[in-house]
Ligand binder design. Structure first.
Ligand code: ADP
Ligand code: CDP
Length: 208
C-alpha cells in the first residue's frame, strides 16, 4: 500500500468527506490540511492580528500555538490546548482564510506541520500532490461545477445559496495560484457523482 495518498481540489469538491471514507476503507488516518489554515485564521481573528502582516502571524503562532489532531472520525483543531473545531467552518473563517494562506511563511509553517506526521495516511487539500508530498504514490484531484459545489455547501453554512456561491467563486480565484493539480494526479469530475461512487472509484484505483 502507498505511504501517502493525496486528494486535492477546490472548496466543496468533496475532499474531506472522500478522504475520510477512503482512509477508513484502507484502515489509515486522514489529514485535513485546510483545517490548519483555518486554525491559523481563527487565532488571527481571536488576537486581532492584521491578516496582511505575515511576521505578526508567525509571531502569534509561536506564542499561541495550534495543533491538528487527525482522528479517523473527523480531524480536530486545538488552539492552546482547547478544542476549537466547532468554530472552524464558519462563513467568517471562509472569507478570511485565503488572505492568511497566501503568505509563504504561513504556508511553510503548514508544510512543516504536515511533513512531521508519520505516514501512512490520506491527506487532503489544495497542493498536497503538487507541492507538499510530490513523491506520493497516488494522487487524486476532485473537481465539480461551482453551482454544484455551492449547493452541497449551502446546508453546512448559516448563509443562503447566493452568498455561498459568491464566497466560493471568490475563494476559487484567491486560491487559484495554489490550486493547479499535480501533473500526475488522477482527475475526477464529481459534478454528477454521488459520494459513495467517488469513494469507490478511488478505492478501486488504489487497489489495482
Ligand atoms: P471539501 O472538503 O472539498 O470542502 P466536503 O467533503 O466538505 O468538501 O463536501 C462538502 C459537502 O458536499 C458535504 O456535505 C459532503 O457530504 C457533500 N458531498 C461531497 N461530495 C459529494 C458528492 N460527490 N455528491 C454529493 N454530495 C457530496
Ligand atoms: O474545502 P474548503 O476549501 O471549503 O476548505 P479547506 O480545505 O478547509 O481550506 C480552507 C482554505 O485554506 C482554502 O480556501 C485555502 O485558502 C486554504 N488552503 C490552502 O491554501 N492550501 C491547502 N492545502 C488547503 C487549504
Amino acid at each position: 500500500m502507498p505511504d501517502v495518498i493525496t486528494i486535492d481540489g477546490p472548496s466543496a469538491s468533496g475532499k474531506s468527506s472522500v478522504a475520510r471514507r477512503v482512509a477508513a476503507g484502507l484502515g489509515l488516518p486522514y489529514v485535513s490540511s485546510g483545517l490548519i489554515y483555518r486554525g491559523v485564521t481563527y487565532q488571527v481573528g481571536r488576537y486581532g492580528v492584521d491578516p496582511q502582516d505575515e511576521a505578526a502571524i508567525l509571531h502569534l503562532l509561536s506564542h499561541h500555538p495550534i495543533q491538528l489532531v487527525p482522528l479517523p472520525e473527523g480531524n480536530r483543531m486545538l488552539a492552546e490546548g482547547q478544542d476549537v473545531t466547532a468554530h472552524m467552518h464558519t462563513l467568517e473563517i471562509d472569507q478570511a482564510v485565503s488572505a492568511v494562506a497566501r503568505h509563504p511563511e504561513v504556508r511553510a509553517y503548514v508544510y512543516r506541520s504536515l511533513r512531521a506526521l508519520q505516514p501512512p495516511f490520506v491527506v487532503e487539500g489544495r497542493d498536497m500532490g503538487s507541492t507538499v508530498f510530490p513523491d506520493a504514490a497516488l494522487k487524486f484531484y476532485l473537481t465539480a461545477a461551482p453551482e454544484v459545489r455551492a449547493r452541497r455547501r449551502v446546508g453546512e453554512r448559516d448563509a443562503d445559496y447566493a452568498t455561498v456561491l459568491a464566497d466560493l467563486l471568490r475563494r476559487d480565484a484567491a486560491d487559484a495560484k495554489q490550486i493547479p493539480p499535480a501533473p500526475d494526479a488522477i482527475i475526477i469530475d464529481t459534478s454528477a457523482m454521488g459520494l459513495e461512487e467517488v469513494v469507490n472509484t478511488i478505492l478501486e484505483r488504489i487497489r489495482t
